[in-house]
Design a protein around this ligand. Structure first.
Ligand code: HSE
Length: 307
C-alpha cells in the first residue's frame, strides 16, 4: 500500500460531568487526511487546507505523531501528509485531537497495524501535548475508538468503550470566537469541595449506567456539571441562553464541548434534535456573533478509511 485517505472525526470531550475522562466521536464533522508512502525516510506535510496551521513537522500535531511512530517502529520509509480541516481549531471539538489521532491511525496502516488502539491513543496524546501543552486523552481516545469512551485511568492508560444508545443525536453550535484550551484550563479551581465531587462522580456513574441501559431519563438527569461549567461558561457569550433554549426544546441536556466555545446538546431522536437546532439558532441569531451549527449521530466506528 502506497496511499491512504482517511476521515478522522470531531469529538465532544467531557460530556458535562466527565471532565478529562469522557468523550464521544461525531459522525458529521471531521478532517480528511492523506498519507503517501515515500522511499525517503521522515515526514513532510505537503498541503493543509481549511485552517491556517503550521507546516513545521515538530510543531504540527499530525506530523509530530507520524514522526514519533515512524521512529519508534524503525520504519524504513517516510510519509507525506495532507490535512484537510473540516472544522476550526480552537472550536472545542477536538481539532488537534482529530489531526493527532488521524495521524496515528493512518501511519499504523502502513505498519501492518502493528499498534493497538490503546497504543495509538498514547501516540496521539503526544500530539495533544505538542498542540496544547497537555497530553489529554478524552478527545483522541474518542476519535480512535469511536462512540463514547471513558478514560478510566491515565497511568496506566485505560480506555473503556461505552455503548451508544441508537436514538442519541448531538446538536452543536460553534460561536465564531476562539477559546484556547490552555486558557480554559487556567480558569479552573485547583481544589473542589468534597460534596461537589460526590455530586459529580455520581453523575458520571449515572451517565454511564444510562448509556448501558438505554435509559434516556437517567442520561438526562446525569448530564450535569457543577465543577467545570460554572467557571468556563463565562468564556462563552450567551451560554446560559443556549442551554436553556436547548433544554426547553426537549434536549436531554446541554453543556460545553471540551474546552469550548462549542456548546453541545444531546437529544433523543431526529425530531427533537431538529427542534433543538431551531431553538438554539433562534437564541443566538441576534447576538451579533457569527456561528455554525450541526446535527449529528454519534460516530460509533471512529476512524474511517475512505480509500
Ligand atoms: N478535557 C479537555 C478540557 C478537553 O476540557 O480541557 C480539551 O482538550
Amino acid at each position: 500500500m502506497d496511499y491512504l485517505k482517511i476521515f478522522s472525526p470531531a469529538t465532544v470531550a467531557n460530556v458535562s460531568c466527565g471532565f478529562d475522562s469522557l468523550g464521544f466521536a461525531v459522525d458529521a464533522v471531521g478532517d480528511e487526511m492523506t498519507f503517501t508512502k515515500t522511499a525517503e525516510k521522515g515526514v513532510k506535510i505537503t498541503n493543509i487546507t481549511g485552517a491556517d496551521l503550521t507546516y513545521n513537522v515538530d510543531e504540527n500535531a499530525a506530523s509530530a505523531v507520524v514522526k514519533k511512530i515512524l521512529k519508534e517502529a524503525h520504519a524504513n520509509f517516510g510519509i507525506e501528509l495532507t490535512i484537510h480541516k473540516g472544522f476550526s481549531p480552537g472550536s472545542g471539538l477536538g481539532s488537534s485531537a482529530a489531526s493527532a489521532a488521524g495521524a496515528a491511525f493512518g501511519v499504523n496502516q502502513f505498519l501492518e497495524k502493528k499498534y493497538t488502539a490503546l497504543e495509538l491513543t498514547k501516540f496521539a496524546m503526544f500530539g495533544e501535548e505538542v498542540a496544547c501543552g497537555s497530553a489529554i486523552a478524552d478527545n483522541v481516545a474518542a476519535a480512535i475508538f469511536g462512540g463514547f469512551v471513558l478514560v478510566r485511568s491515565y497511568n496506566p492508560l485505560e480506555i473503556i468503550k461505552l455503548p451508544v444508545p441508537s436514538a442519541l443525536r448531538v446538536v452543536a453550535i460553534h460561536p465564531q470566537i476562539e477559546v484556547k484550551t490552555k486558557d480554559a484550563r487556567e480558569v479552573l479551581p485547583k481544589e473542589i469541595a468534597l460534596k461537589d465531587a460526590v455530586t459529580q462522580w455520581a453523575n458520571v456513574g449515572g451517565l454511564i449506567s444510562g448509556l448501558y441501559t438505554d435509559n434516556y431519563d437517567l442520561i438526562s438527569n446525569s448530564l450535569v456539571d457543577i465543577i467545570v461549567e460554572p467557571y468556563r461558561k463565562k468564556l462563552i457569550p450567551f451560554f446560559d441562553a443556549v442551554k436553556t433554549s436547548a433544554i426547553n426544546a426537549g434536549a436531554l441536556g446541554a453543556g460545553i464541548s471540551g474546552s469550548g466555545p462549542t456548546i453541545f446538546a444531546l437529544c433523543k431522536g431526529d425530531e427533537i434534535a431538529e427542534n433543538v437546532h431551531q431553538a438554539i439558532e433562534e437564541s443566538y441569531k441576534n447576538t451579533g456573533i457569527h456561528f455554525e451549527m450541526f446535527i449529528s449521530k454519534v460516530n460509533s466506528e471512529g476512524m474511517k478509511i475512505i480509500k
